[in-house]
Design a protein around this ligand. Sequence first.
Ligand code: TYD
Length: 218
Amino acid sequence: MKKVINKRFFIAFEGNEGCGKTTQIKLFTNYLKERQIDYLLTREPGGTEIGEEVRKILLDPKNKGMFPETEAYLYASSRAQLVREVIRPALELGKLVITDRYVDSSLIYQGIGRDLQVNIVRKLNEFAIDGLLPHICFVILVKPEIGLERAKKESIKSGFQNGDRLENEKLDFHNKIYDGFKALGHYRKNIYFINGERSPKEVFSEIRAIFDKNYGSI
Ligand code: TYD
């Protein structure tokens, strides 16, 4: 039997609606299992009992009256809990931690999508993340028209018949998110842009190569 590998490493997966993040995370965790790498997978908003409660408020289509500032604080509050309860303790145990979305989603969705400004949202999140940033961040992108079609199908499966609150935003909002993510390199280091319009297999082989290179080098 191969030896279980323990190494402190933190990865975030980001991207626009329907970019294929979930499929890629599945392929990635299968790969980690094959390599006997000890990992923990979590997601935002949510990932803790308290965070999952916050998630319900955030995604519920009935909360149409939510102000952008309220939204930004709620995402940050879920994150503050996740960092302290889950991510940091797991890293301290020498695990590889993967999160399905993290602070960059806030920079783009709230900072750009909701026009709160990236620097303001970044500042607000400093307290939440307490200096904890991923070693690498994959940003998977697909054109909004393609992504929204894919995301609607998934949402119906998970109980929001007509899409969740964020998916229900107009195409204009989703175009802003797409362009915002493309500009993320201006604000953050260690970002890898991945074209999500290819087959899942092709996308994954690029992700795996980037991971192998980075994980091997620390
Ligand atoms: P989710 O169903 O997890 O969507 P996805 O599969 O696209 O990750 O819903 C999360 C939604 O919340 C998604 O529309 C992106 C949005 N979001 C923000 O607006 N800000 C944030 O900080 C985070 C983490 C997510």
